[in-house]
Design a protein around this ligand. Structure first.
Ligand code: WTA
Length: 656
């Protein structure tokens, strides 16, 4: 493991204040240790107690964990419940008039929805879906802007036991097409437009393009929410297929009885990048997934009934599932939902909104923090941020300097920061400080949550005591990915490799532990990029490039980027001659646009280099390490004697 070395030494430690600790749900280190000890002594007893106490069951379970078909673990499987019932009905009538959602639109208008109203919105839409024949187990694609309706759509699916698959609104028609096909979706729910940073995002038109690409035989209907005036968002209408949201719900009753589902029945599929071309359909269960969301709301966010919670993630990512659509509602919380972008109308938007809505818990990504420092590091000072009591980060390691800025400038030095490590596949937080119990260190996600058995191992599965290694979770946990949709073999191969006798969940990240047992994430171990906190497979970007008629071959690597975390650098071999000058510049611009169209704007390469060939080993494997060194502008110290044409290194170092 000599290749994974830690270069970061960080000695600052921030214990919780006495005041924070006293009021915290898990108060003091002993309380955290006691929970961990309970889980260590009686693992199933611990999780059984959590599931009984934290979730509302229609039919109680009798078995906590069924390992008979490992690694397809089933949690609480003979119990029955409904996730939407847990998020809405169980809070009524007590919290009927409590605000559930505070929606702020791109241009600043605000709409509040109470639990009673949310219940009616979800009930009517669920009845609408039902009238279209949607039933338990059907797949529904949600391709929506950040909105109350996006949450309503997800909750309505959950209410019927239908399986939603949310596709991030920034993804292209091609990506949407692949997901409709893979999930065999009957329905797409979209909007005539999304509005972000003053710009119209043509979601419905993109949906039409996706369907026109063919193969979507399962698709019956497209439901369109009218976000923008029709004159501002012209769309085509496909009679018999397209249907306005408002027409669908017009004559529907407010009440829709929840469909009871098995604890282990799928709640949703969310596609995420793996190291091979095809996205993985990460499938989550109902009860285990929800338990993870609820426990982390309580443990990590220390949620209290009078909190105003704001997670800035889009519902298109797992963070927007667990900490927008489900977690905050499952605990009966009030949360802010934001349609726009952090830099519009200026880089003070987040701080202005925290002041306006008196946000007490704020959860965002390091990439957003870094860009806000750059665009307006002094802006937080201009706002009253005294309502804040807790800050969080997710998506990538946060560099200690950004952590300190967040702590001082946003948190006024008084708010603990919870750096939460987790993944689409883990469903909820795995490593994160319980803020009233664990002292934090800038850049470390600290310790596992109670009941999460995290460890670091080498390539043989042996425990690594000091130094870096592979991060694994050694026992199944309730919110763990249940399988990959339609591909159980890939599920086993990806997460329970044979080297570990299929016992450990392999996260795909490297990490090391310090003397206090704190975890420090070091990065991905596979060919997956982390761009602005979003996982992208190098293969996906490469496939997109090669799909362009000009391109013969392409290799993509990441280069550290101060704002995005990683920026994409593409090495491209054209079918024709290696271009230069104006022609080269034009092709670069075309290829960047091409990738944006194929996958989405987040996947646009920052830099494209042309070569007559790519550096390969004798066995024909692309020498990615070499390309990474070139992308970073480093001098090449590796052995390149096996290269057939060493001159190409020179070419690949040159920009057009
Ligand atoms: C990275 C997002 C360091 C990590 C919830 C992980 C992090 C991948 C952190 C999952 C963190 C997420 N510190 N790295 N606090 N949080 N990551 O599936 O590489 O979009 O494997 O889930 O993001 O990305 P995903």
């Amino acid at each position: 493991m000599s290749t994974i070395d830690s270069i970061l030494t960080e000695n600052r430690v921030f214990p919780p204040s006495d005041d924070f600790r006293r009021r915290a749900r898990v108060s003091g280190r002993e309380a955290y240790d006691a929970l961990c000890a309970e889980a260590a002594t009686d693992y199933e007893g611990f999780w059984g107690r959590q599931a009984r106490e934290q979730l509302a069951w229609h039919k109680p379970f009798t078995q906590v964990l069924d390992e008979s078909d490992a690694p397809f673990y089933r949690w609480f499987h003979d119990g029955e419940l409904n996730v939407s019932h847990n998020c809405i009905d169980r809070h009524l009538p007590l919290l009927a008039n409590k605000v559930a959602l505070i929606f702020e639109s791109d241009n600043g208008t605000v709409r509040r929805v109470t639990y009673a109203e949310l219940s009616r919105l979800v009930g009517r839409f669920a009845n609408g879906l039902k009238s279209l024949g949607v039933t338990k187990g059907d797949r529904v694609i949600v391709y929506m802007p950040m909105s109350i309706e996006a949450v309503v759509a997800m909750q309505a699916c959950a209410r019927l036991g239908a399986i939603h698959s949310v596709v991030f609104g920034g993804f292209s028609a091609k990506s949407l097409n692949e997901r409709i096909i893979d999930a065999k979706a009957r329905l797409v729910i979209t909007a005539n437009a999304g509005i972000r940073g003053g710009k119209v995002v043509p979601l419905k038109t993109t949906t039409d393009e996706a369907v026109a690409m063919g193969g979507c035989d399962s698709l019956e209907r497209v439901v369109v929410y009218r976000r923008a005036e029709e004159k501002d968002a012209p769309i085509e209408w496909h009679r018999g297929r397209d249907l306005w949201w408002h027409d669908l719900v017009a004559d529907k009753p407010d009440v829709c009885e929840p469909t009871w589902v098995g604890a282990d029945d799928p709640l949703f599929i969310l596609y995420t990048s793996g190291s091979t071309g095809k996205p993985k359909g990460v499938q989550h269960s109902s009860a285990g997934y929800l338990l993870g969301a609820v426990n982390s709301m309580n443990w990590v966010f220390d949620y209290k009934p009078d909190d105003i919670f704001w997670c800035t993630a889009d519902v298109g990512w797992i963070t927007g599932h667990s900490y927008v659509a489900y977690g905050p509602l499952a605990v009966g919380g009030t949360q802010v939902i934001f349609e726009g972008v952090p830099t519009y109308p200026d880089a003070g938007r987040f701080w202005q909104m925290i002041e306006r809505h008196k946000v007490s818990i704020f959860y965002t990504a390091p990439t957003a923090i870094r860009s806000l420092i750059k665009l307006g590091g002094d802006l937080p000072k201009r706002h009253d941020l005294s309502s804040l009591r807790l800050l969080g980060t997710v998506g990538e390691p946060i560099n200690p300097e950004a952590w300190m800025w967040y702590h001082e400038q946003v948190g006024g030095g008084r708010c603990p920061i919870v750096d939460t490590w987790w993944q689409t596949e883990t469903g909820s937080h795995m490593l994160a400080p319980l803020p009233g119990a664990i002292a934090t260190k800038p850049g470390s996600c600290t310790l596992p949550l109670p009941g999460i058995m995290a460890d670091i191992v080498d390539e043989t599965g042996a425990k690594v005591e000091t130094g870096g290694g592979f991060l694994v979770i050694t026992r199944p946990f309730p919110s763990q990915v249940r399988t990959l949709w339609g591909d159980p073999e890939r599920f086993k191969k990806s997460y329970f490799p044979e080297e570990y006798q299929g016992r450990y969940y392999l996260a795909g990240d490297s990490a090391h532990r310090d003397d206090d047992g704190y975890f420090w994430i070091m990065g991905r171990i596979d060919d997956v990029l982390n761009v602005s906190g979003h996982r992208l497979g190098t293969m996906e970007v490469e496939s997109a490039l090669v799909a362009n008629p000009l391109v013969a071959e392409a290799a993509v690597v990441g280069r550290p980027d101060p704002l995005k975390g990683e920026a994409i650098v593409a090495f491209v071999v054209l079918k024709g001659a290696r271009p230069s000058g104006e022609e080269g510049k034009r092709i670069i611009a075309d290829l960047r646009e091409w990738v944006a169209k194929e996958i989405g704007a987040i996947a646009k390469p920052e830099d494209i280099r042309f070569g007559d060939n790519l550096p390969k080993t004798r066995s024909g494997k692309i020498m990615r390490r070499l390309l990474r060194a070139i992308a970073r502008g480093e001098t090449i110290t590796q052995d390149v004697s096996t290269l057939e044409n060493p001159a190409i290194l020179q070419q690949l170092q040159e920009s057009v």
